[in-house]
Design a protein around this ligand. Structure first.
Ligand code: SF4
Length: 434
């Protein structure tokens, strides 16, 4: 982003938003930087998870120059930089804007929460861009909570269908129309349908109505609907109530790993799991080099905290997979690191009762490689807020003290105060029994 545009954004920034986020940095209209135990935490929102190799190098530079060098892939397919120094906020904003990673309107950064499939087509990405542009252009919508989130689904095989969204939209009639639902996932029955050409305006109408009706202590759609009900919320919206023809085929999240032919293209993509969602500047630069050298120069982050490199010639896929493995990423569902997730833990979060990242690495090393792709995911959490998991995970270890965890299966505590070794043994035993 050019300097004049940055100055325009800074000048048009509504400083009253500072009162809504008193702990954020002085430039939240451009980027929210929140304090954490290990320094500032800066979220970089990516359009549908996509990051050019050029932008990836800029992010790596920002992580080194402004922070601790630690970069995380979030479960909404964004990036966040950790350890941002107080005196480096302006430099970070400059680097991000120059790399094209900022909002198009001051105050619009927080509302760019539209999740797409990592394999979304150019047409779906263009549709999402239109929706985001419409949201950013309406300054009244900038009051939405940064957690308010949308999903736009075109029926791709690789899609995260388990994250609840405040508003979800899914293609009907080959994308000529989209069905929608509120405060949940696509496993619900949709409430109605809208034409593709009306989609951006419909989203804006939904968001305006939400803000008009929601009380200050109701930041999410589920909060409002719990008080007034879905029927009353929807009564002022214009849509076709007949969505019976919609059916969502199951998705396969394991398609995020390994090499696969790209839908409707002659090229392939290669996918790999970042270890517990973490990269560092050197690794991100290596991924950017790989995307430039063997593909079409872009990376796509996924809601599984993994990365895809797309546009690879078929004969290059094995080379790319080998390089990804050499960089320490898992490219196979049988690798335990592909199945373990963990929150920031005591290194980055004052609420954590344990160093979850270190413990999750120990746990993954103790789990055997499995033959089945159906092995359950394991979630290691520093407290009950479960930041790392936006969806239900079959096995969760909740920290109770350093190195000690309560073992929950399907949201029910089944063992208390286990060591990591005891938890690993129990997971292995449960897998053997199922
Ligand atoms: S789950 Fe708890 S301990 Fe972990 S990052 Fe979130 S708030 Fe912190």
């Amino acid at each position: 982003m050019r300097e004049a545009q940055r100055v325009t954004l800074l000048n048009s920034f509504d400083r009253s938003t500072l009162t809504a986020a008193p702990r954020a940095c002085a430039c939240p209209g451009l980027m929210r930087i929140v304090p954490a135990r290990d320094g500032g935490l800066a979220r970089l929102r990516l359009a549908g998870g996509v990051l050019s190799a050029h932008a990836a190098r800029a992010v790596a530079r920002a992580a080194r120059v402004c922070g601790s060098g630690v970069i995380e892939v979030t479960n909404r397919a964004n990036l966040q930089l950790r350890g941002i120094r107080d005196d480096a906020h302006a430099a970070l904003v400059d680097i991000a804007l120059d790399a094209g990673l900022g909002p198009s309107a001051a105050g619009g950064d927080d509302i760019r929460n539209v999740m797409l499939s990592p394999l979304a087509s150019d047409g779906t990405r263009a549709l999402a861009a239109g929706v985001i542009d419409a949201m950013q252009a309406d300054a009244s919508l900038h009051a939405l909570s940064p957690k308010f989130a949308l999903q736009l689904d075109a029926g791709e095989r690789l899609a995260m269908l388990d994250h609840p969204h405040d508003l979800w939209l899914s293609a009907l009639d080959d994308g000529a129309r989209f069905v929608f639902g509120f405060a949940g996932t696509m496993r619900q029955h949709p409430l109605g349908a809208v034409a593709r050409s009306d989609l951006a305006m419909f989203v804006v109408d939904v968001l305006r109505r939400f803000l008009a009706l929601a009380a200050p202590d109701e930041p999410r759609m589920r909060d409002l609907l719990a008080r007034i009900g879905t029927a009353r919320f929807a009564e002022a919206l214009r849509f076709d109530a007949n969505a019976d023809a919609w059916h969502r085929e199951p998705a396969d999240g394991w398609l995020r790993l390994g090499a696969h032919a790209e839908p409707q293209r002659a090229t392939w993509y290669a996918g790999a799991q970042t270890p517990l969602g973490r990269l560092d500047a050197t690794l991100l630069e290596a991924l950017a080099d790989l995307a430039d050298t063997h593909a079409e120069g872009r990376l796509t982050m996924t809601p599984w905290q993994s990365v895809l490199i797309s546009g690879i010639a078929a004969h290059e896929t094995q080379v790319v997979l080998q390089r990804l493995r050499a960089l320490g990423l898992a490219t196979d569902a049988r690798d335990p690191l592909a199945r373990v997730i963990a929150c920031a833990g005591s290194e980055g979060c004052a609420k954590s009762r344990a160093d979850t990242k270190a413990d999750a690495h120990r746990l993954a090393a103790l789990l055997p490689a499995r033959e089945s792709r159906d092995e359950a995911q394991v979630h290691v959490s520093g407290c009950e807020r479960s930041c790392a998991a936006a969806h239900p995970v079959p096995v969760t270890l909740y920290a109770v003290a350093p190195g000690r965890y309560d073992f929950h299966r399907d949201a029910r505590a089944v063992a208390r105060n286990l060591t990591i070794e005891e938890a690993a043994e129990r997971i292995a035993r449960n897998h053997a029994e199922t």
